[in-house]
Ligand binder design. Structure first.
Ligand SMILES: NC(=O)c1ccc[n+]([C@@H]2O[C@H](COP(=O)([O-])OP(=O)(O)OC[C@H]3O[C@@H](n4cnc5c(N)ncnc54)[C@H](OP(=O)(O)O)[C@@H]3O)[C@@H](O)[C@H]2O)c1
Length: 238
């Protein structure tokens, strides 16, 4: 186990809890972030804590910069370092093109793109001094498909923006021994499956598949991998 600190934002979410469990196998200090679901955060803290390691929980609204600044400050005060940041929060709204409001755009951008940027920006201040960091953003499996997304336009635009942010930060921070990558899940068991959708065998993934991809990019083995987008979708819609 590496004596490093990993922060998982959105750790109380469907994928977040699996990412947290998996990273706790590799890193001795785990920071679990949640927004409202404190019970889930405590439950996860107890579960992970039983297997050893130091696990702390932190709440913050990450859709505004002060929330991210407070979160990263508190994690640093607790552990004295921050080596791995996984940015998970990212709401999706299915809404027709014609029905979209400016509030929809704002909500989705804040949730998927700005929250990750705010955390990344604050984490970099610590990682640059350490000369070590692993940042992993969560996209979606079609993030590199620059086509039409009529039902989820703001989400697709925000996730594409997140990929550009990922690659920009990867290049900018390469000299600081900081890698910045994206993991892009497809349909995941327990997630929302669109009605009537026919999937072939092997195309619906498990949350553990996503967690494993994150763990790889967070590890020493991935030291030379940066700016990449690792799609975990079983060839769905490729
Ligand atoms: N699940 C899938 O099948 C799937 C597929 C493709 C991509 N993805 C992507 O994977 C990521 C995680 O998805 P998920 O399904 O696990 O999400 P989820 O279950 O909806 O969880 C969202 C997490 O974000 C937190 N959160 C919500 N609003 C927040 C805010 N304003 N500030 C800070 N934190 C906030 C929630 O905290 P509380 O619960 O404590 O309130 C929760 O921990 C997202 O980026 C999503 O786009 C998911």
């Amino acid at each position: 186990m590496e004596k490093r600190a990993a922060l998982i934002t959105g750790a109380t979410g469907h994928l977040g809890q699996f990412v947290a469990r998996r990273l706790s196998q590799d890193f001795s200090q785990i920071a679990l972030h949640y927004l409202k679901n404190k019970d889930k955060a405590i439950q996860l803290q107890e579960e992970i804590g039983r297997a050893g390691g130091q696990v702390k929980i932190f709440s913050a609204d990450l859709t505004a910069e002060p929330g991210a600044e407070k979160l990263i400050r508190e994690v640093y005060q607790e552990f004295g370092r921050l080596d791995v940041l996984v940015n998970l929060p990212g709401a999706i709204k299915n809404k027709n093109w014609d029905d979209l409001s400016s509030a929809d755009w704002e909500d989705i951008f804040r949730s998927n793109l700005e929250s990750a940027y705010f955390c990344l920006k604050q984490a970099l201040k610590i990682m640059r001094v350490q000369k070590y960091g692993r940042i992993i953003n969560i996209g979606f499996h079609l993030v590199e498909h620059l086509g039409s997304f009529p039902g989820i336009t703001p989400y697709a635009v925000a996730k594409t923006g997140l990929l550009i942010l990922t690659r920009t930060a990867a290049v900018a921070e390469a000299g600081n021994n900081i890698t910045v990558n994206m993991v892009s899940p497809g349909l995941i068991e327990g997630g929302e499956i669109p009605a009537g959708l026919k999937m072939k065998e092997g195309q619906i993934g498990k949350p553990e598949d996503v967690a494993e991809a994150v763990a790889f990019l967070a590890s020493e083995k991935a030291a030379r991998i940066t700016g990449t987008n690792l799609i975990v979708a079983g060839a769905w819609k490729m």
